[in-house]
Structure formats: C-alpha cells, structure tokens
Design a protein around this ligand. Structure first.
Ligand code: ZN
Ligand code: ZN
Length: 337
C-alpha cells in the first residue's frame, strides 16, 4: 500500500530510478529491517546475510538482488533523475554517485517522510501496543519509586522494565527531580528525591520495531501553588490540543491551540519547544507539530502532544501524550496519569 504511494510519488517527480537506503525508510517501504540495503523501483539490493530473508519477505514487485550488482540498476542516459535521501552518510552518497555519474540526484527525503507519517494498519497496531506497554511500565515503575532514590535509580527501574517487557528504550529515559525539570533534556544524575518534590519522567519503550513516547509528572499532594498553577495550565493546553486535533488542519494550527492557552495563562515565553513530533520506527519523525509545521494532518498519523512550561532554577512541567489521528478527531494512545 505504501509502496503504491511511493511509486506514484516517483512518477510525479519523474524519477527514472530510486535508491532508498536509510534503515527506517527501508523498513517503512518494505517491512524489512536491514542495515545494508538499497531499494530501487523494482528490486531490493542487499548482501548475502540478508538475501534469503529478503527473498522470503520482500513485497510483491521487489526482486532480491546482490548489492554488488547495483551498478546494473543505474540509468545510463545523461540527465536521468535518481531519487535518493540526502540524510544518508555522505560517503554512501559518493559511492552511489560514482555508479551514475551522469544522473541528476533528487532528494526525496521529505517525500518519504510524508509517506511514513501516515501509518499503516499494522504499524498502528504495533505503536498502540508499545504505548500500552509504556503506560504499564510507568504505573509499575512509579510504585517502586521511593524517597531517597536518585534520578539515576529511578531511570534504571524504568530501563530494566523496558528491557524485560519490551525491546528496551526508544530514547534515553529522562527523570528530573524538582528544579531539574526546567531543563527539557536533563540527563538523570545523582539528585536525590526527598518524596515531596515533583518528578518529571519522559519515557518511551521500543516494541516490535516501533517507538512510544510519553511524559508524566508526579505531583506532590502539597505542591507549591506556583507548581500547581503551571501544572494545571500545561494540562489545559494538552487537553485543548487533544480536543482540537483533526484531519485537514495544519500541524502549526494545532501547535497554536496549545501555545495560545499557555500564552493566555501568562507563560508564553516559557514554552520554548514545539508541541509535538511524529512517532513510528523512529522517535522523531514527520509530522513536526511546530510553529512552522505546514504539513496537513491526516487520518492515520501518530504524533505527540507535549506542551511544557519551564522556569529555570525553579520548576518544569511537560505533559506528553501519544495520539492517533482518526477520521474526525484523535485517539489518545497513552492513557492514564
Ligand atoms: Zn517524550
Ligand atoms: Zn516527545
């Protein structure tokens, strides 16, 4: 299905050939994970380690071929157009370029990113399962958190559960005690939790090749009024964006919904990052749900909604959910507090 869309894109961009080798892109186009692949319009080139698997599992219309014979797939005519990903290592690009010195290389990274942004049924099922597991791990982990533990101790609890029940972390788990949460990508350190401070946890388990992503906060019963105020505002922004998300709107229009809530609450300058990002084979993919994100949201897209407010040296709150865009709104895949 995505391959049909890909071929349509190749026709639209008048490509004589395509050379796709980024691992996540290869996975998205063929369902095969392979770190040494070049996917052309009609063949999957790889080395002997993967050829038997490719022969068995490649989608219809893609022949399995030895990557040493890739030169034979190159268009000979001067001015031929070859679609490639500008994101691949430069050394790899030079190798490909050498095989087709007279061709024009056309960057199709964005086209593939747009195709990947709309998930297939199988991908949605896999991401849903990862998100459910992520919530379960969070619930389990927080019962094991205890005063006296360091951020590193708490991160390790999560990492261990992720390794036991899933395929490990989709990204480095973030645990922030108190004011450390003001740093968006704080690395867990030796800061000790006294049990009375808030804790921010940003975590995502990987499961069956796909990622999940969620941020939760332990709100102490006797939190400071400023923390309460900020927490309620961020929650309100999160809920407003969840309620507003629907197909047909641009990513930036959705970003604005949450940003307006935070601005109206008086903390506009303390929300320095974008509202969200797509999640799939990679933890950050299209669509970018940001001030400048002009991609139109479509049914089947999976992305995060993660407004935050950060007051340096004081506090930080981010509430992040993973959502699936449906026909007329969105479904939150990361349920519960
Ligand atoms: Zn996150
Ligand atoms: Zn995120």
């Amino acid at each position: 299905m995505r391959r049909d869309e890909f071929m349509k894109m190749a026709r639209r961009r008048r490509l004589d050939q395509t050379l796709v080798s980024d691992e996540a892109n290869v996975m998205a186009l063929t369902g095969i994970r392979c770190d040494n692949a070049v996917v052309t319009k009609d063949a999957f080139y790889t080395d002997f380690r993967y050829l038997p698997m490719v022969r068995r599992f490649a989608p219809q219309g893609l022949a399995a071929r030895d990557i040493r014979r890739l030169a034979g797939a190159m268009p000979r005519r001067a001015g031929s157009r070859i679609g490639y990903e500008a994101s691949i290592p430069h050394s790899r690009f030079l190798e490909l370029k050498k095989l087709a010195p007279r061709a024009t290389f056309v960057d199709i990274s964005k086209d593939i990113a747009a195709l990947r942004a709309v998930k297939t049924g199988d991908e949605i099922a896999a991401i849903r399962a990862a998100a459910v597991l992520n919530c379960e791990i969070w619930k389990e982990a927080r019962t094991r958190f205890a005063p006296g533990m360091t951020e590193r101790d708490m991160a390790r609890i999560i990492q261990t559960l992720m390794a036991e029940r899933g395929d490990g972390e989709a990204f480095s788990t973030i645990v922030c005690v108190g004011a450390n949460a003001a740093e968006c990508h704080h690395e867990p350190d030796g800061t000790v939790w006294n049990g009375r401070e808030p804790v921010l946890v940003d975590m995502g388990v990987k499961l069956n090749g796909v990622c999940s992503d969620m941020t939760r906060n332990i709100v102490p019963p006797r939190a400071r009024p400023i923390y309460r105020k900020v927490y309620d505002l961020v929650l309100q922004a999160n809920r407003a964006a969840v309620a507003a998300a629907r197909p047909g709107m641009t990513a930036k229009a959705l970003d604005k919904v949450a940003r307006d809530v935070i601005r109206a609450g008086g903390f506009g300058r303390c929300f320095g990052h974008s509202l969200g990002h797509g999640v799939g084979y990679e933890i950050h993919e299209a669509p970018a749900v940001s001030k400048r994100g002009d991609m139109v949201l479509r049914e089947g897209m999976v992305f995060t909604i993660e407004p935050g407010v950060y007051l340096e040296g004081n506090l930080g709150v981010r509430i992040e959910d993973l959502v699936l865009l449906t026909g007329n709104g969105c479904e939150v895949l990361s349920e519960g507090d």
